[in-house]
Ligand binder design. Structure first.
Ligand SMILES: CCCCCCCCCCCCCCCC(=O)SCCNC(=O)CCNC(=O)[C@H](O)C(C)(C)COP(=O)(O)OP(=O)(O)OC[C@H]1O[C@@H](n2cnc3c(N)ncnc32)[C@H](O)[C@@H]1OP(=O)(O)O
Length: 266
């Protein structure tokens, strides 16, 4: 199912207790692809916020698995609306359990003398001739069929690599009508956590917490555009890994900063 169909379905459920389901093609092992559940929650929250208040930060906690082909509903709460900023929280409920919770801060620009430009750039090789994460049924997560992930530096998951960084490019295989922040949320979560390539054999891993900050203004982007991604592991021990990533548009503008905590079971 195309991502635009799922986002439109979620949008219609903002003020409703009706349910929707995610099809298997958006699954990742036993649970839904985290990027799609985060994008759906963001979409229902965004409906409660004025259009001139773009997303500034989004924290998603993956509390428990969200099962494919099983109905779930949304709960959204507006915590506060100030002159510029709106703070909201939202949850996905499945089988009476909280599966995902999210907290978001939206805000309009305000007048300010303070300006610091981002000096962080990337030197990634262009994506066109780079190897892609292949869709191998039964081995790669189902959702990979919707995305192109071109690896610039790093290794395949579970290959026992000494590298703890992973860099590459991402885009939708079937371009959406337009790239919204919901599309960016799902794209940014598509990469395997950079510690997976260090594992010597197949083992479970789950993102538990994910924080995403958006840099504004985003410049207009084309729906089939590639985005650059550079992730590194800041620290990992005791079955938890802490990762950080920067995301740039194809013009080299930094558009988002991502941090995640991952539970590793090996
Ligand atoms: C050529 C080849 C190319 C290949 C190329 C591409 C490969 C590409 C791979 C990408 C792999 C993506 C890896 C990120 C996977 C997410 O990010 S999934 C998406 C978002 N995250 C989630 O849905 C996590 C939801 N949260 C949770 O499930 C729970 O909070 C946590 C993290 C499991 C809690 O941890 P806990 O308290 O230690 O766990 P608890 O609930 O007691 O359950 C533990 C059991 O769950 C199991 N478990 C944990 N995670 C999982 C899991 N993901 N699946 C199954 N079982 C799991 C554990 O093994 C453990 O099993 P037992 O030892 O009991 O048998």
């Amino acid at each position: 199912m195309h991502i635009d169909t799922l986002l439109q379905t979620a949008k219609a459920l903002t003020d409703s207790q009706a349910t929707m389901t995610l099809p298997e093609d958006w699954a990742q092992g036993r649970t839904a692809f985290g990027g799609i559940s985060a994008a759906l929650l963001y979409t229902v929250m965004k409906e409660k916020v004025a259009d001139d208040r773009p997303l500034r930060s989004l924290t998603t906690n993956f509390v428990g698995p969200l099962f494919a082909d099983t109905p779930f509903s949304f709960e959204v709460e507006v915590l506060r609306e100030g002159k510029n900023a709106s703070q909201l929280t939202a949850r996905i409920i499945q089988d009476d359990q909280i599966a995902v919770i999210q907290q978001a801060c939206f805000g309009t620009d305000r007048f300010s003398d303070i300006e610091v430009s981002s000096s962080e750039t990337h030197q990634l090789t262009e994506p066109h001739n780079l190897p892609r994460i292949p869709m191998i049924p039964g081995q790669t997560p189902n959702f990979i069929q919707h995305l192109d992930l071109a690896i610039s530096e790093g290794a395949m998951p579970f290959s026992g690599s000494p590298l703890s960084s992973l860099n590459g490019w991402m885009r939708f295989k079937q371009a959406p009508e337009q790239i919204t922040d919901a599309h960016l949320i799902s794209l940014i979560d598509a990469w395997p956590p950079a510690v997976l390539q260090m594992m010597k054999q197949l083992a479970p891993a789950s993102t538990m917490m994910w924080n995403l900050e958006f840099i504004h203004p985003h410049q207009p982007v084309k729906p089939d555009e590639w985005f650059a991604y550079k992730a590194h592991t800041r620290q990992a021990a005791g079955g938890y890994a802490h990762l950080e990533a920067n995301i740039w548009d194809s013009a080299g503008e930094l558009i988002a900063i991502s941090r995640q905590s991952v539970a590793v079971f090996c």
